[in-house]
Structures are given as structure tokens and as C-alpha cells.
Design a protein around this ligand. Sequence first.
Ligand code: SF4
Length: 447
Amino acid sequence: MALTGLEIYKLLPQTNCKDCGYPTCLAFAMKLAAKQAALKDCPHVSEEAAAKLESASAPPITLVELKGDDGAVKVGNETVLFRHEKTFYHKPGLFWRLRDTEDGDELKRAAAEADAYHVDYVGIDLYLDGFAVEAASSDPATFNAAISAVKSVSKKPLILIAPSGDLAKAGIEAAAGSRPLLHAANGENWEEMAEVAKEAGVPLAVQAEDLDGLAELTQKLKEAGVEELVLDPGVTSYRDSLEQLTSIRRLALKQTFRPLGFPVITFPGANSEVDETLLAAEQIAKYGGLIVLEEFNPASLYALLVLRQNIYTDPQKPIQVQPGIYEINSPDENAPLMATTNFSITYFSIANEVEGSGWPGWLLVTDAEGMSVLTAWAAGKFDAERIAKDAKTFDVEGKVSHRKLIIPGHVAVLSGELEEEMPGWEIMVGPREAVDINSYLKAMWSN
Ligand code: SF4
């Protein structure tokens, strides 16, 4: 549980020496409690008090990092139950499960295909995060060869599903140079798994039938020296997943219950009676950390990646594009000039429509602090003065020989004012929806 300012004060030297930059120890304690100061700023705190204070100020959910030969996945370190309270920080990693019982060439082909999967979503590159390779053969040499096959075509992070010390060692050896997650320690094998994880310096997943079992195991593993743990509560249904993952998150954040203060791994395709994509979607929202899929289906994966992107976008920081003048389909000086805001989804909706229609065009993207057209207009961030200023900043007069500017139909009200701000220009009112741009240009544009 986080300490109050008064509890912190009792652990400080109480000499009011001011070396920390605050007038009294109490003032420093209050700042520490509010996380606005760092303990290291007091050079006089005793070792014993520092240990107590540091453990009280450790994040309620441990950060766990998996590294591939290129790229990493970080999960944990979340601080809120609901995104609107602040934000979620670390997106759940989406992995695809491969088994070492597959033929080596088929493994390579499948991993290469999934590795190459990328989609552009409003300017953001979305892709699968990594692979979970399972020692389904129970043979260390076969497992080792399968990991090497996957690594030969992908540099993404790995999860090694290896239920014994021997298999885990074979997996770690093949994954040398990366930092995989080892899955998983349970009531029987935890000592040997802890030894392998500790020696290799890799995180370890923990499997148990219920939350009590998980809490008991994480304590044993921490005492054995493994700090980076991931919980596998073995959930296979919508209800079970929602209840258990919410309980884990609540206990970690609201009670600062350290034994469950770790990210969670799930296998949404483990129950054939449940739709894997739907359960994965639920776990993206609440509260999966690493999500291992049975199927690699680009259509479902795209939906999951977009959902994840939306949930893990800070609501206070809209996705933006750089303000400026953008060229679409190699426009010349006669091409139409359109204005919009720098909200990413607005920009891409218009740019995609213009590009798809084949019209060459210039798009003046104004700095509206990442808001959509109507929101920005209502907030006073997309007004005549700002559009005219950005038109000048980005030198639209140097780009087109005509003097016509098309504004979004939703802000038709700006046309008169904008003509005053931009003398000599004709302000045309465009369509309200991006999808109507092609028919609007066909009907209205002549030069
Ligand atoms: S440096 Fe430490 S002892 Fe001195 S005032 Fe600050 S908190 Fe108190």
C-alpha cells in the first residue's frame, strides 16, 4: 500500500537540514507522497528507511520486458483500472503460437508470413509482436531446432512454452541473444524453472489453478530470486477471464497486493467452444498483458490491432499528423486546394478518398491540436484566422496558381470571415463527408 506523507515523514531523519531543497522534512515527505520528488534527493535517509520507502514506492504492477533480436515488448507498470482515469501505458503483446511438432520448413514459412504482416492504420504501423514456440514434442533437440527455424526468419520477441527445466534450457540456448519469456513455472516444476530463468536473466510465467495458487507461487519465486514474473491464470471463458483478470488488476492497484502485481498472459484460443478473436478482444480491454493466439488470421488480427491501438491511445493526446501542405497524386499548380485539421483520422479519411478518386490535390493541414473538424471549430482551434495563418506559413500561394480554397462543409459558416482574412481568394464550401469529395470535385471544380 502506498505510504501517506506522515508515514514517510516518520522514516525521514527529521532534522530539517534543507539539503533536499525543501524547507522541512515534512514538506519533502508530502512531495514524495505525491510522487513529485525522488527519495535520492535526501542524502541522509538511513539504509533501512530507504529500503522501506523504495519498496512502498515500487510500481504496483511490475514492468516485464521481452526482447527479440530486433524489437521489444513491454507489459505491466499500469497505474489505473480505467483508461479515463489517466491512460494505459503498455499495449498487450499479441503473439502467435507455433508448435515444434511442425516440419521445420513449414515453421519457417509460417513464421516468415506472419513476420511480414504489417498494416498502416492512420499512419501507424501495426504488426504481430512475436511468436510463442511450444515444446509439444517434449524433445529438447526438436524444440531447439524449432526455435532456431523461427529465429532464422524473424527477429521478433519470443515466448518459450517449455514445461520442464531441460526443455527450458534447450529453448534458452536456441534463443541466445534475445530475452524471451519462459512459460511456465507451476507447483511441481517451479524450482527448476526458477533456476533456468535466473541463470538466463529472463522473465518467467507462473501457472496455477486459482489466484491463491498464483500468489503463493510468485512469493516462492521472488524468494528464489526471480523478480520479473507473468501470471497465467488459465482462463478459457469470457466470464472467467473478465472476473479473474479484473480481480488481479484490482488487487494489484487498489490493495497494492504485491504477490499479484504482475502482468498477465492468456491463451484465448485454448477453449475451442469460445471464439478466439472475441475473447482476445475482451482481454485487450480487460486486462491482458501478453495474448497468445492459436490462429494467424490477418482479418481478425487487424481488428485486434486497431482495437488495441484505440484503447491504448492516450485520450488526452489525440493521434495527430504534422501540420503542413500535403501533395496527393502529384498535383500541379492547377490542382484543387482543400483545408482540414491535423486529427489523424480526419487527415487519412480525406487523403485516402482523394488518392482513391485519382484527383491530384493539395491538402492544407492546419494545426488544430489534433482535433477533428467540428470539435476544433467548437473549441476555437479551426477558425478563419488560423486557416489563413497556416495558408501563409505553408506558402499555398507558391503552390497553386488559382486562388480557390475548399473548406469542409461542416464549417461553411467560416467562409465569409475567411474571405476577409484571405483577400483575393474564393472560399468554396466542400462536402461534409470525405466520401463525397470525388463527386463534389467532379461537379464543382473547374480551373
Ligand atoms: S535532506 Fe532529508 S533530512 Fe534534510 S530536510 Fe530534506 S528530508 Fe529532511
